[in-house]
Design a protein around this ligand. Structure first.
Ligand code: HAM
Length: 418
């Protein structure tokens, strides 16, 4: 048996890990501006949590979860979280907030697990950055979340397509579902195998079938079945985001594969990606808190697929201001002592500083500086130390000059500005 990583699981090294961390850092900054606070939830939950929320008929629950029996007497079945929403709702109810202080906004970041068929942009372990808002039924809240996503898009310098739909609420949705079911039965002979299976379990999925595109396009549309209230809610969302400058299209085929959605649903795709191009998805889930045993509190949220966002960023090659890289070379014990202080000052500039091993020769350290792609080498040896100076070597231009230590930070930032 070879000890390689599992299919669909990734090791992220160097820039890949860095881009992911960068996207997360920018998203976290945005959360501060929107007053959204962090929630950390477990990666393992009881399987019933997902069965009751994501839905037994969803592909996630019926086919994709990693589950196992606990070693307790009851043999509790556990599931690795395939998504964050159910856990956040459970935590919210468990903290008693649904009754004591229902209006809350949370964000979470971390890995999710789905046993999907792996391909570029689709993994069995992937990271989501999600936001969930509770206690707000008004369309301005839906709009605020969509503007938030557009703010992140703008910050990252990406182009997205926003696709929105409304599925109606518990009152008007059943008529729509029945119409799709009836339509599917009428066209049974033309449907693909997957849709045959979907039709009884989750008929709305017929609308986003990638095979029966023509049939899906002619299928009943939820927008035609909305009650006056749901229609007004959706119109207001569109009006608000349009006024705020978010560009979008209404796509009646956005039905989403999870059971809890109602009213506003959306998928946001990146024009820089291939088949797996949905970078963000979400919607309203009024009713879910109650289904999981809480008070009747409305909810809405979305999750960003972080790997896909990172891929989009790399594909767009948005130049990111990288910090100039300095290789700090100290020769001798006394120089190491001084260099430790210098490194700290330079990092505060901010500059990226790597102190190289003083156990190697100057030549070996310069070779290492090249290898790590440093822009400058700062060399401090006993002679320089005696003069309170350092050699500043421009590794691109292969030029070198002596700079006094009090001028070093200023010289490096002047060089950086050029
Ligand atoms: P979802 O559409 O299942 O929604 O996932 C959200 C995003 O996670 C997708 O648009 C995609 O970018 C990313 N994603 C999903 N599966 C994979 C995968 N196998 N590999 C890589 N990326 C993936 C949810 O999870 C809902 N909980 C979103 C939500 C939050 N709705 C309301 N609140």
């Amino acid at each position: 048996m070879e000890l390689t990583r599992l299919k669909g699981f990734q090791d992220l090294l160097g820039t890949q890990a860095q881009t992911l961390a960068y996207v997360e850092a920018r998203a976290r900054l945005l959360m501060e501006r929107y007053g959204v606070s962090e929630i950390k939830i477990p990666m393992l939950e009881r399987i019933e949590l997902y069965q009751r929320s994501t839905g037994e008929t969803s592909e996630i629950v019926s086919k994709q979860m990693y589950t196992f029996s606990d070693r307790d007497e009851a043999g509790t079945t556990l599931a690795l979280r395939p998504e964050g929403t159910p856990g956040v709702v459970r935590a919210y109810i468990e903290a008693g907030m649904d009754r004591s202080d229902p209006e809350q906004r949370f964000f979470y970041a971390g890995p999710m697990f789905r046993r999907e068929r792996p391909q570029k942009g689709r993994y069995r372990q992937f990271n989501q950055f999600g936001v969930e808002v509770f206690g707000r039924a008004d369309p301005a809240c839906d709009a605020e979340l969509l503007v938030m996503i557009d703010d992140l898009r703008r910050d990252l310098g990406l182009e997205f397509q926003f696709e929105l739909n409304s599925l109606g609420h518990a009152g008007c949705r059943p008529a729509f579902r029945a119409a799709v079911l009836e339509y599917g039965r009428r066209h049974w002979d033309e449907l693909c195998r997957d849709c045959h299976e979907r039709l009884e379990r989750n008929p709305l999925r017929l609308l986003d079938c990638k095979i029966d595109v023509r049939l899906a396009e002619q299928a009943p549309r939820s927008l035609d079945y909305l009650c006056a209230e749901c229609r007004a809610h959706f119109d207001t969302v569109l009006d608000l985001i349009g006024a705020a400058g978010v560009r979008f299209v209404v796509n009646p085929r956005i039905v989403r594969g999870l059971d809890y959605y109602m009213r506003t649903t959306f998928e946001i795709t990146s024009t820089n990606l291939g088949a797996q191009n949905a970078v963000v998805a979400g919607g309203r889930y009024d009713g879910l808190v109650e289904v999981l045993g809480g008070a009747p509190v409305p909810g809405i949220g979305f999750a960003i697929g972080m790997e896909r966002m990172a891929l989009a960023l790399e594909a767009a090659r948005t130049p990111r201001a990288a910090l100039p890289r300095i290789a700090l070379i100290a020769l001798g014990e006394a120089a190491v002592r001084k260099a430790t202080q210098i490194a700290r000052e330079l990092r505060a500039m901010p500059l990226q500083v790597e102190m190289l091993s003083s156990e190697r020769s100057l030549k070996a350290q310069l070779k290492r500086a090249d290898r790590i792609g440093a822009n400058y080498a700062v060399i401090v040896g006993p002679d320089e130390l005696a003069r309170s100076a350092a050699q500043l070597r421009d590794l691109g231009a292969s030029s070198q000059r002596e700079v006094s230590l009090d001028r070093l930070a200023a010289e490096l930032s002047a060089a950086r500005a050029q």
